[in-house]
Ligand binder design. Structure first.
Ligand SMILES: C[S@@+](CC[C@H](N)C(=O)[O-])C[C@H]1O[C@@H](n2cnc3c(N)ncnc32)[C@H](O)[C@@H]1O
Length: 247
């Protein structure tokens, strides 16, 4: 496939509402709501994925899928359903255009997290499960499905809540408690994520992000409160964390 020329590309890019910020080359960068390059640095995906098969669950516009391809993966599958066809504002147009513009060979599979299985999609050397867990009503069941397709290495990123509580626990968001978004349901704490992954056969779980201390969390909670996005006490206990799990 021939990559698109910048003037054509620019007008097509502007017609789409983007989630990811993707550099499509020729000076064209999508205006996503997500600061994807910053999140990429935090995710600590291996610099080389040479020869690996990668599954990106909840890929949306595909930023992380394309990045894995760029890092040498032999095969990358971008899987999603909700933001491609669901009731939210997302569509698949961004993924399709980015793949065309980048001349990418990333494959796409339209599948809900809860329907993942080795029979439906196969198994993969590396599985990315980034920014999805807290959107799911049945997180442990979802992780079971995710674990079933991960041969060895899972990179999971999620909102964490109840930070500081030593026992495994999850906060429940029956309404719009987290970021005023009704699609957010559960915020596990770090011990809960580690515990779930351990019970699903990942014997080594590394927390790849260092959670900030109380002062930093307090300042950030105040900022969120002022923007009307979250309550002060909840925000103080919340963060995002990245986990690298192997069997
Ligand atoms: C915050 S985005 C994260 C996208 C990408 N993985 C990333 O980290 O940038 C959440 C993703 O979860 C997917 N998802 C799966 N099931 C969902 C559900 N029940 N509700 C909302 N989002 C869901 C969405 O389609 C979307 O791609």
């Amino acid at each position: 496939m021939t990559p698109l020329m910048a003037p054509d590309l620019r007008s097509r890019v502007e017609a789409i509402r983007w989630y990811h910020t993707i550099d499509l080359g020729g000076g064209v960068v999508t205006r996503g709501v997500d600061d994807s390059p910053v999140r990429l640095a935090r995710a600590q995906i291996p610099v080389s994925l040479h020869g690996k098969s990668v599954l990106d669950i909840g890929a949306w516009d595909g930023f992380f899928s394309f990045e894995c391809e760029r890092r040498g993966a032999a095969r990358v599958v971008a899987a999603d359903h909700f933001s491609w066809h669901g009731t939210g504002w997302g569509t698949k147009a961004g993924f399709n255009l980015a793949r065309e513009a980048l001349g990418s060979r990333v494959e796409d599979v339209d599948i809900d997290v809860m329907d993942l299985s080795p029979e439906r999609i196969g198994t993969f050397d590396v599985v990315l499960f980034l920014g999805v867990l807290y959107h799911l009503r049945h997180p442990y069941l979802a992780l079971e499905r995710v674990a079933s397709v991960a041969r060895d290495y899972l990179i999971l990123e999620t909102v964490v809540d109840l930070v500081g509580l030593g026992r495994p626990a999850m906060a429940f968001y029956p309404g719009r408690e987290l970021n005023n978004d009704p699609t957010n349901w559960w915020g596990p704490n770090v011990p809960a994520v580690v515990g779930m992954l351990n019970t699903l056969g990942f014997t080594h779980v590394r927390v790849a992000t260092r959670l900030p201390g109380a002062f930093h969390r307090g300042a950030r909670a105040l900022y969120h409160r002022m923007r009307g996005k979250n309550g002060l006490t909840q925000a103080f206990r919340q963060d995002r964390a990245v986990f690298h799990a192997t069997r």
